[in-house]
Ligand binder design. Structure first.
Ligand SMILES: Nc1ncnc2c1ncn2[C@@H]1O[C@H](COP(=O)(O)OP(=O)(O)OP(=O)(O)O)[C@@H](O)[C@H]1O
Length: 466
């Protein structure tokens, strides 16, 4: 749960900072330690009892407002005075391994990694590994290419060019290759840089007359990862320098991986010689993830943070955020924060409520499978029977209701719905008009359609928040 409370705390600090002066913020808030959420209350560690009193008097309301802005309905904040030694132990980001008997606290250390590997790790996000990357139809080619490059750097595809929209995992994949190489070959040098940093480094090197160092740095690596290469567009001097960096690495069979929000041919004002080099290796894209992949990503995230959250809640979140994985993860954090701050268990209703400020309720997307599952549950029969070939009335009516609701609640076309049921579009058309005709006349059918529609559209009706 550590990561989750860090998220909450970061949001709270952001809110506070906007509402007080910088001096106040640095004096009071910078030294505060977030001790997590306990029984719905955010517990903050302060240095002494004076600070505790000061917070209670001056900042309690502000902190409660901050929690309210995150969805807490009855925000609670409590303070704990940190004993000096405890304070020191909370500081490290990454907790050291538990001490063994007789070992003084100050002497605990991790085994030192080789110097190069340690240097590499600095620029790589520890979370962005292959193990933490969910492979789906949207990214399997990019993933396979990254893995191939990680296994045979400089040989498989050089350069590897990965493009796709914001927040779809390009940086994650690049770092994964970096980690893989660092673990296998700790002596190899990996450099990850955004195009912006590369440009700034170049500007500084020119200004400080340190071009030799600059060139040594970038041309002596075994793996160069450059993010957002589209920003090279229009920067002639940077392009020139990057061209030479590229050639030096390429000629020495060093691996280059580039990411961009578009393919090389669409990067405007990119020198032809660079564009053609970017096309020498393999160009692969990442698309928006499908529903199943989104759920799998959420599931992995929840497991990673040891949060036990029901599948149906993950599905609801996955339906809300469809294109950007960063936002998808943000939505999960929001739901977790909301549930822990209000001290309520996870449910679809809680998730819908937590996300209601960010996403309009009508944006909740209903999937064909939801309609099928809900209809099957309503009529008390397995979903496969509804999709099967049975022609008895007990099966035909639920099937027609499901088809009707899918038509009404999703944007799928008649042929798509037909395909889902293993039938052709005219059968769906017939079902839709049959149900339309019966609505208002057949009370039982009307009640079923209404109840199902309410259930599918308005999850908040399902259960009420405590
Ligand atoms: N397939 C995936 N499995 C698990 N997590 C993923 C996956 N794809 C993306 N993510 C997560 O989504 C977030 C955004 O990914 P990342 O930063 O790599 O996106 P990006 O494409 O580089 O975006 P940008 O264009 O903004 O730089 C990260 O936290 C990353 O771990």
């Amino acid at each position: 749960m550590r990561l989750i409370t860090q998220e909450i705390w970061a949001d709270v600090l952001g809110y506070v900072r906007k509402n007080i002066s910088e001096v106040e913020y640095h004096t009071w808030f910078a030294p505060v330690k977030n001790l997590g959420v306990q029984d719905g209350s955010l517990v903050l560690g302060v240095r002494n009892s004076f600070a505790q009193e000061w917070f209670r008097k001056h900042y309690l309301e502000l902190l409660e407002d901050a929690l309210r802005s995150l969805g807490a309905q009855n925000p609670q904040v409590s303070f704990q005075v940190l004993p000096a030694v405890q304070e020191a132990m909370i500081l490290p980001q990454d907790p050291p391994p538990a001490p063994t008997l007789g070992q003084p606290l100050g002497q605990i250390s991790r085994p030192a990694p080789p110097a190069v590997a340690a240097e590499n790790r600095k620029s790589l996000n520890p979370k962005y590994t292959f193990e933490n990357f969910v492979v789906g139809p949207n990214n399997n080619l990019a993933h396979a290419a990254a893995l191939a490059v990680a296994e045979s750097p400089g040989k498989a595809y050089n350069p590897l060019f990965i493009y796709g929209d914001v927040g779809l995992g390009k940086t994650h994949l690049m770092h994964a290759v970096g980690h893989y190489m660092t673990e296998r070959y700790p002596e190899k040098r990996v450099e990850y840089v955004s195009t912006e940093s590369f440009t700034n480094d170049l500007i500084n090197a020119i200004r400080d007359d340190k071009m030799t160092q600059f060139r040594n740095r970038y041309r002596s690596v075994d793996l160069l990862l450059v993010d957002d290469i589209q920003f090279l567009g229009g920067k002639e001097r940077t392009q020139e320098e990057f061209f030479h960096t590229f050639n030096a690495l390429y000629e020495n069979h060093k691996q280059i991986i580039l990411s961009s929000d578009r393919p090389p041919k669409d990067i405007e004002t990119l020198a032809g010689r660079l564009r053609s080099r970017f096309e020498w290796g393999l160009i692969t894209d990442i698309q928006s993830p499908e529903f199943e992949t989104r759920v799998a990503i959420l599931k992995m995230n929840a497991e990673h943070n040891r949060i036990d959250i029901p599948q149906e809640v993950l599905e609801l979140i996955a339906r809300q955020v469809t294109s950007n994985i960063r936002e998808l993860e943000g939505a999960l954090m929001r739901v977790v924060a909301f549930a822990s701050l209000n001290n309520v268990p996870f449910s679809r209703a809680v998730a819908a409520k937590a996300l209601s400020n960010v996403f309009a309720p009508q944006e909740v997307k209903v999937e064909m499978m939801d309609v099928l599952r809900s209809t099957a549950a309503h009529f008390n029969m397995p979903p496969d029977v509804i999709r099967g070939s049975g022609r008895v009335r007990e099966v035909v009516v639920p099937r027609q209701v499901a088809m009707y609701l899918i038509r009404e609640l999703t944007s799928h076309s008649l042929p798509e719905i037909g395909q889902f049921f293993g039938r052709d579009h005219s059968t769906v058309m017939h079902a839709v008009s049959k149900v339309t005709e019966q609505l208002g006349k057949d009370p039982e059918l009307t009640a079923s359609v209404d109840a199902l529609r309410r259930h599918l559209q308005n999850v908040e009706d399902e259960e009420n928040l405590a």
